[in-house]
Design a protein around this ligand. Structure first.
Ligand code: ZN
Length: 400
């Protein structure tokens, strides 16, 4: 199947930076699709090529962009050449793009994408939507990953696939976190396993549904709308649950890590099951857990993740607490202070504020980073969200 997909993809895929731009007749949203930020994940590129080249501009509202990610790596069918392009979107790395005269392969790609993004944002008024397509090395049902901001939660709730919140807390520099910090709706869509043909069909369905939910395309102009919904519903095995990441096995430098064969993403695995070998030691689960993105390729530093469902009640509570800006009260507590109020950054002294659980900050929309033994730096995803851009749209008004 690998050969088939590679062969087809080489014929079908355009590796230009801008795969296609569609300027609709009427005003509307700006929808940006990225494919192939990881060069061995081609399903997104193939789907973007396929759908965008088939759209009738007369029926489109707003503007649609299809953008290739790591072009060199796509051509070489590798995750990356020198560095992972999806770990470079930190402030320091972006500054480096303009100061370092000898940029490595991925930094050259990043600079082009960065400038393109700035131009798109400067040229249009929005509302903006950014969708980033990926696939995984393990077998998986399709799913969405989002930074846990309400605009992302509300918009993603329309899609009939599971959502996984907060993975960016474990990663440094993914593209979507950068865009999210600019305040825009940004979703990652993992469509399936790298070489599985259904990953392409899932990506195609996801693009069409995105166009309908953003109102770039009128539902009456998409005769296969219900087929695309059905495609994703069935592929996701009717799982629409929202999960949070509770654990990441980071593969350290020099660690020899191997997953035991046969595990899938979203698989419920029994207590005491042996799931991997790390430096010749067996890793067993202490509890019954839902396994997420087990690693079945040579490259990558994430061995596996564990996830837990979040109940609808907790999701509603956290939305309400965020609306009431409950965090203004938090800084009155001992050991909690503003580090940068306009940007919603809180500093927590863990010695004095031991009683505050990470879970509470998650409920309030904070992403946490341990910056020293005794200090947590918490960044609020809500305060930077450009809610005014979305607040009058139907999906924003009617979703929790
Ligand atoms: Zn990827």
């Amino acid at each position: 199947m690998t050969d088939l997909l590679t062969k087809n993809s080489d014929q079908a895929v355009c590796y230009k930076r801008i795969i296609k731009t569609i300027n609709g007749k009427l005003s509307g949203p700006v929808v940006v699709f990225f494919g192939g930020i990881h060069g061995n994940e081609k399903a997104g590129n193939i789907a973007i090529n396929k759908v965008l080249n088939n759209l009738n501009e007369d029926k489109i509202n707003g503007t649609i962009y299809g953008i290739s990610g790591n072009i060199k790596a796509l051509k070489a069918n590798k995750r990356f050449i020198d560095n992972d392009l999806n770990r470079l979107w930190t402030k320091t790395q972006i500054k480096n793009l303009f100061q370092n005269p000898n940029l490595k392969n991925e930094s050259v790609e990043q600079l082009e994408i960065y400038e393109l993004l700035q131009n798109i944002i400067a040229f249009h008024q929005g509302p903006f939507y950014f969708i980033d397509f990926h696939t995984t090395s393990s077998k998986t049902i399709p799913f969405i990953t989002i930074n846990d901001a309400l605009i992302n939660r509300k918009f993603s709730s329309f899609f009939p696939v599971p959502k996984v919140l907060g993975i960016e807390e474990y990663l440094s520099g993914p593209l979507l976190s950068y865009i999210n910090e600019l305040g825009y709706v940004s979703l990652g869509f993992e469509s399936g396993q790298h070489t599985d043909k259904v990953s392409i069909a899932n990506s195609v369905a996801f693009i069409y549904l995105t166009l309908v939910y953003t109102l770039a395309l009128n539902v009456d102009d998409l005769k296969d709308f219900s087929n695309y919904v059905h495609q994703l519903k069935t592929a996701a095995q009717h799982n629409k649950t929202t999960y949070e990441v509770t654990y990441r096995h980071k593969i350290e430098d020099g660690e020899i890590f191997k997953m035991k064969p046969g595990f899938k993403s979203f698989e419920l695995v029994d207590k005491h099951t042996e799931i991997a070998i790390s430096n010749q030691k067996t890793i067993k689960l202490n509890n019954k857990e839902t396994l997420f993105m087990p690693l079945y390729q040579e490259i990558g530093e994430d061995g596996y993740y564990l996830i837990k469902p979040i109940s609808a009640f907790i999701l509603r509570c956290s939305a309400a607490l965020r609306r009431f800006k409950f965090d203004n009260l938090l800084v009155c507590l001992p050991g909690v202070s503003w580090f940068d109020k306009p940007n919603g950054v809180i500093l927590v002294n863990l010695k004095t504020a031991k009683f505050l659980a990470k879970k509470l900050f998650h409920l309030l929309g904070y992403r946490s980073r341990q910056i020293s033994e005794n200090h947590l730096k918490l960044t609020n995803r809500e305060r930077v969200s450009k809610k005014n851009m979305y607040k009058d749209l139907i999906w924003y008004k009617f979703r929790a």
